[in-house]
Design a protein around this ligand. Sequence first.
Ligand SMILES: [Zn+2]
Length: 189
Amino acid sequence: MRYLLFLLPVLLFTTACNSQSKVAVTNSDEPAVVEDLTPNYKYAPPEVEGVIEKIEKPASYWKEVLDAKSFNVLREDGTERSFTSPLLNEKRAGIFTCGGCGLPLFSSSTKFKSGTGWPSFYEPINPAYIKEDVDVRYGMRRVEVSCARCDGHQGHVFPDGPEPTGLRYCINGVSLNFVPMEDFPEVRE
Ligand SMILES: [Zn+2]
């Protein structure tokens, strides 16, 4: 539930936005109804307000708040064993948030079955929430993907994904938390 703390500003922001989006429509013959003018957020992310503020914590902090596997991947650039993440078969609509800091990183609407054994997405919720760096370890030239807020290692992005982007964000399940859409009360299908 730790990520809920980080999501709180997001939810508050969303709520604040929506509080202005409901207007009463009156008609002389019928009782007043409230028309919901909230944009259709189907599968769309709640936006984090403003510029992403970096979260910088010592390793001792992350060791305390993360389990061993998540610490190894998020903070030590490890890789989980393929086909081990329960998020591989997560089919519900929702948002995949950073397992370290809760930043919304991927939407279920961009998740696809890659057959690699790691949760795969064809684009991030917002390019600004992702940090990409060239990774030349292990004799390969790959593009590493990290959380832009806490620098937590997520995985890599490859140019062999499906349309519309042609990209494959190959992400470790232990680097993510899944928040079902129904947990975002202001987001509707
Ligand atoms: Zn993060």
